[in-house]
Ligand binder design. Structure first.
Ligand SMILES: Cc1cc2nc3c(=O)[nH]c(=O)nc-3n(C[C@H](O)[C@H](O)[C@H](O)COP(=O)(O)OP(=O)(O)OC[C@H]3O[C@@H](n4cnc5c(N)ncnc54)[C@H](O)[C@@H]3O)c2cc1C
Length: 134
């Protein structure tokens, strides 16, 4: 749905934060560093209610703790809809594929990390394993 709302290209659907909370389509958006660009879209209607209503409450509640957080100067962009790779390439205790010599599956694509830090740490271990062995 988000892909369609963005025009079925790399352009991301976006909405001003205040419009998301109010349930209004944004007539204009703030500048962005996201290079493919933004397209105004009713993100508030893309999420299931149990997610959208909690985000709405959360955005306004957070403003009580951090004044200025809830502002029309903020865009919300796209929806984060994926999780880590569901693929898990096997590897042995030396971090090498059990059947393919010198193949060291690592990081997210290999199924051994779920974010930036875990991918970096796993990559470092695999680099060491491939050079000096474990
Ligand atoms: C939109 C988005 C938001 C995210 N937000 C967060 C976040 O807030 N916090 C967090 O912790 N994680 C976040 N992640 C996840 C995080 O980015 C990844 O888990 C992490 O980057 C995986 O690192 P990696 O080194 O395993 O793989 P990647 O960073 O994907 O690196 C793989 C590299 O291999 C290259 N490559 C692929 N095929 C070949 C080939 N045949 N030859 C040579 N090179 C090749 C690719 O070009 C790429 O550079 C986010 C991911 C996305 C997509």
């Amino acid at each position: 749905m988000a892909f369609t709302a963005g025009g079925r290209r790399q352009i991301a659907p976006a909405q001003r934060l205040t419009d998301f909370v109010e349930g209004d389509l944004s007539t204009s958006l703030n500048d962005t560093s996201y290079q493919p660009g933004l397209k105004s879209a009713p993100l508030h209607s893309l999420f299931p209610n149990f997610i959208g209503s909690r985000l709405r409450k959360g955005f306004t509640a957070f403003d009580q703790k951090m004044r200025g957080f809830y502002t029309e100067e903020a865009n919300i962009i796209g929806v984060e809809s994926r999780t880590s790779s569901p693929v898990n390439i096997p590897r042995n205790e030396r971090l090498e594929h059990p059947e393919i010599h010198n193949l060291f599956p690592c990081g997210e694509g290999g199924g051994y990390a779920g974010g930036i830090i875990s991918a970096a740490m796993d990559g470092e271990r695999c680099a060491e394993a491939s050079i000096i062995g474990l």
